[in-house]
Design a protein around this ligand. Structure first.
Ligand SMILES: [Zn+2]
Length: 215
């Protein structure tokens, strides 16, 4: 078989989602990690733990079952010419870093400049959750939220800032508590017009200048 054909086979295989394991398999995996930590899975305090962990995972990673684009589909066009910034700030989120499965917790600020339509504000918070409740890196999550709003609402611009504390940095590795990671994605007017960007950053308390703190 030619190398090219081999490569395309590998590429095709990559696109196939592996079958979801059964609940029993997932619970067994938790037992393995407990044993790997050095504890006895049969002792009383731990015997219900695999079931609890697997149920917790269903909630923590429920974002895989959510469709952010679908969440933003229902929009309102009767906006009486409103063309100022719409900002939802301090949206708390809980996510997990895909490198260590450790939580990173923080807040998101999502703004857009409407062109023709607006969306119910709770929908923006739901979009943040839909991406947060997956294995993530903060940079990717920032871009995904901005792109989802941009592609569905087609506004004049979108701005997304995420501030978060990563437990993989505070409780392991370099052990640096209190470090806040800030990421941003600016599209359209927020990217091209410095005064629009400044207005947005002032409204969220300019995390880049260190004036904002995580509650
Ligand atoms: Zn990590």
């Amino acid at each position: 078989m030619s190398i090219r054909k081999n490569l395309s086979l590998i590429k095709g295989a990559k696109n196939l989602k592996p079958a979801k394991p059964s609940r029993a398999e997932a619970e067994d995996a938790v037992r393995t990690l407990i044993r790997w930590s050095g504890d006895d899975v049969a002792r009383e305090g731990l015997c219900e733990t695999p079931g609890r962990v697997v149920r917790a995972y269903e909630e923590l990673f429920s974002g895989y079952g959510a469709d952010p684009v679908d969440l933003l589909k229902r929009t309102f066009e009767e906006i009486e010419g409103y063309d100022e910034m719409v900002l939802l700030k301090d949206i708390r989120f809980e996510s997990h870093c895909e490198h260590h499965l450790a939580p990173f917790i923080g807040k998101a600020h999502v703004a857009y400049l409407p062109r023709r339509r607006v969306v119910g504000i709770s929908k923006l918070a739901r979009v943040v959750d839909a991406y947060a409740r997956r294995l993530q890196i903060q940079e990717k999550m920032t871009v995904q939220i901005a792109n989802a709003v941009n592609d569905t609402l087609e506004p004049e611009g979108v701005a997304v800032v995420l501030e978060a504390v990563h437990q993989c940095m505070t409780t392991r590795g370099v052990h640096k508590p209190g470090v806040v990671m800030v990421t941003s994605r600016m599209l359209g007017a927020f990217r091209g017009d410095p005064s629009t960007r400044r207005e947005f950053l002032a409204m969220i308390g300019n995390p880049a200048s260190g004036e904002s703190s995580l509650a």
